[in-house]
Design a protein around this ligand. Structure first.
Ligand SMILES: *Cc1c(COP(=O)(O)O)cnc(C)c1O
Length: 449
């Protein structure tokens, strides 16, 4: 029955409203009953759950959902995810669940190849880019302090040699928050000036490096959350390495541009970094929650995550999922991505990413011809940001588009202006979907002008 309910839900996605009909308060009251005494039949519980939740769900899997940067949970991945739940594997070790370890290890190896990253890197299959950024920064912290004779896992950060952290002025909030988790302090990070697209300026970085009194950690980004822009990796990373520093790249969605040879140029030099965070539930459309933490020096990743760090097994001996993540027990969250990559393979993935970038350019070209709407970014990937002549008009336009509910872009702020953000990233999105988005924005604007 759950399978039928799931199929029914997905069949309705794309024809029904993209935005949820209910507000949080309306939904809470449906579920907020005291827990009763008597056992209830499982089938009834599931049916009721699906019924009560239906209009409180957002259109995330819809090809007409353009908000935030949200993947659409591709059906082959969802199918594999059902198996994962049914298998009920606790998958920390290759001895407990050899099939899961082998599936995740292969999927990780495929991703390193697809993302053009060093094949010897350590990979942790994590819940998303947030966890990936945190773990990678902890591994980088290990590497930087080890070189200065400090074992941070054993001795902690009190009294440790200090190192500066440099991050772009337009970095996503995510890696900044991760500095907090890694004990490096969000406010302590030195913000480096960026250009009009949010890319770190090499001259500003150079000046900031000159002021560093110890080898720093530099956090870069592949895919700025508003503009979709890329830091100049090829220029910056060698400068940091010259000073003995380490570089982390938040590539939650942007790293996937590597699969398209014509677009790869933007990522030139990114493979020289020391660690990378990338999501599986965004551009590669895995069901939530999945991402990869990738660290060039596998020993640094394992040392910072696992008590086995001191006697690290080689990857070929046996690859234990829990060596590279912060949890001991966990679901086999890499398996759906194995199925997705096995389905799409190289051609499918390349088609998907290049289609999204082409459609994002189409949105920008069509909307920039509309008087009263301005496209604020150079569209180099899948992100488009729009604004009207005033913040009030931009907000009114977005509210009207969302109220109509046929398509769903989301809000944001760029260079002090309110913006409408369009992210073309759903696996199913086609020309007709972006054309509907454009028509909705144009007719809503004319309606309220
Ligand atoms: C989405 C995103 C994150 C956070 O990733 P989650 O998967 O939501 O944890 C971090 N950085 C960037 C650039 C992102 O787009």
């Amino acid at each position: 029955m759950a399978a039928d309910l799931a199929v029914g839900f997905r069949a309705g996605v794309g024809t029904s409203r993209v935005a949820q009909a209910l507000r949080p308060d309306d939904v809470v009251s449906r579920f907020d009953a005291p827990l009763a005494e008597a056992v209830a039949p499982a089938a009834e519980v599931i049916e009721r759950l699906a019924q009560d939740a239906a209009d409180g769900l957002h259109g995330h899997p819809s090809a007409r959902f353009f908000g935030y940067v949200c993947g659409g949970s591709m059906p082959v991945g969802v199918a594999a995810d059902h198996l994962v739940s049914a298998w009920g594997q606790n998958s920390p070790s290759s001895w407990h669940s050899p099939a899961v370890a082998a599936l995740e290890q292969t999927m990780s190896r495929w991703c390193l190849e697809l993302l053009c990253l060093p094949p010897e890197s350590g990979v942790g299959v994590v819940t998303g880019a947030t966890a990936a950024n945190t773990q990678a920064i902890m591994a980088d912290r290990h590497g930087l302090l080890k070189r200065r004779g400090w074992d941070v896992e054993a001795q902690g950060l009190f009294g440790a040699p200090e190192f500066p952290v440099l991050i772009g002025a337009d970095a996503h909030k995510a890696p900044l928050d991760r500095l907090r988790h890694a004990g490096l302090g969000a406010d302590r990070a030195i913000r480096v000036a960026t250009d009009d697209q949010g890319r770190m300026r090499t001259d500003a970085l150079d000046a900031a490096l000159a002021a560093c009194d110890a080898p720093p950690l530099v956090v870069l980004q592949a895919g700025q959350i508003n503009t979709g822009a890329f830091d100049p990796f090829g220029e910056i990373i060698p400068l940091v390495h010259d000073r003995g520093g380490w570089v982390h790249v938040d590539g939650a969605f942007g790293l996937w541009l590597q699969v398209v040879p014509e677009l790869r140029e933007m990522l030139d030099g990114v493979e020289q970094a020391d660690s990378w965070a990338v999501d599986l539930h965004k551009w590669s459309s895995a069901p939530y929650d999945a991402g990869l933490c990738i660290v060039r020096d596998r020993a640094a990743l394992v040392a910072s995550m696992s008590a086995r760090g001191a006697y690290l097994p080689t990857a070929s001996e046996h690859w234990d999922p829990s060596d590279s993540v912060m949890a001991l027990s966990g679901r086999a969250r890499g398996v759906p991505s194995h199925a997705i990559l096995q389905h799409l393979r190289k051609t499918g993935l390349r088609e998907l990413v290049s289609r999204h970038c082409r459609l994002a350019r189409r949105v920008a070209e069509r909307l920039s011809r509309e008087p009263g709407i301005e496209v604020l970014n150079e569209v180099v990937s899948n992100q488009v940001i729009l604004a009207c002549r005033s913040d009030a008009r931009t907000e009114a336009l977005l509210a009207e588009v969302q109220r109509r509910g046929r398509v769903y872009p989301s809000h944001g702020e760029w260079r002090g202006r309110k913006v409408i953000r369009v992210s073309v990233i759903n696996y199913a999105v086609q020309e007709e979907d972006v054309d509907l988005l454009v028509e909705e924005i144009i007719s809503a604007r004319r309606g309220i002008a």
